[in-house]
Design a protein around this ligand. Structure first.
Ligand code: SF4
Ligand code: SF4
Length: 187
């Protein structure tokens, strides 16, 4: 969303990932996930001064969370981190959960530091979700024993497995392009 005036540290630079990856359904803008917003110039917002409120108020996890390096910027990392306010109450490690939306394929998951960061969140009882531009899955229970054992290769393998299950669910029509359950999923 680029050229932010303000608060969370850093700036979007030339990243426009959220202007493409997110499903937006407001009176001002309607677009499907995976479709670049008609107002995006490719390096920023073409209607920046008059952009809708939904865009003004949005910051991805890379903008919100302190400590991420430049390599975590979504257009570089292939991972869009979304804040999940309505996470299950037993995860008390943070005020929100975090959804890691994998946009850059398996390479994004295998990038150095990704498994370690997710493992750190799990070890601190933060709700962690994974999605592939689809329904998100709470993944803490799948990772907690691997994390407790310090098994980082196992954590990476599990993340890849969950990611590929999401891809498979989309490919077989259990999920539509927006991540919603289709009628096939209910048969
Ligand atoms: S995905 Fe994050 S860094 Fe990229 S444009 Fe959106 S808010 Fe900015
Ligand atoms: S209106 Fe601007 S900030 Fe909002 S999605 Fe479109 S290009 Fe991005």
């Amino acid at each position: 969303m680029s050229q932010e005036e303000f608060t969370p540290p850093g700036s979007c630079g030339s990243c426009v990932v959220c202007c493409e990856a997110l499903n937006i359904n407001t009176p001002q803008i309607t677009k499907k996930s995976g479709v670049l917003c008609q107002h995006c110039t490719g390096g920023g917002c073409g209607i920046y001064q008059t952009r809708p409120q939904v865009c003004r108020g949005f910051y991805c996890g890379w903008r919100m969370i302190k400590g991420f390096g430049e390599d975590w910027r979504p257009d570089r990392s292939g991972i869009l981190i979304l804040v999940v306010p309505d996470h299950p109450a037993q995860y008390t490690g943070a005020a929100t959960g975090f959804n890691f939306v994998i946009l850059g394929g398996e390479a994004a998951i295998m990038r150095p530091g990704v498994s370690e960061y997710i493992a750190q969140l799990v070890s601190h009882d933060v709700a962690v979700f994974l999605s592939a531009d689809s329904l998100k899955t709470l993944i803490n229970d799948f990772l907690k024993d691997l994390v407790a054992a310090g098994n980082m290769p196992g954590v990476t393998k599990m993340l890849l497995h969950i990611y590929n299950l999401h891809l498979e669910a989309k490919r077989t029509g259990l999920l539509d392009a927006d991540g919603n359950m289709t009628e096939n999923a209910l048969r």
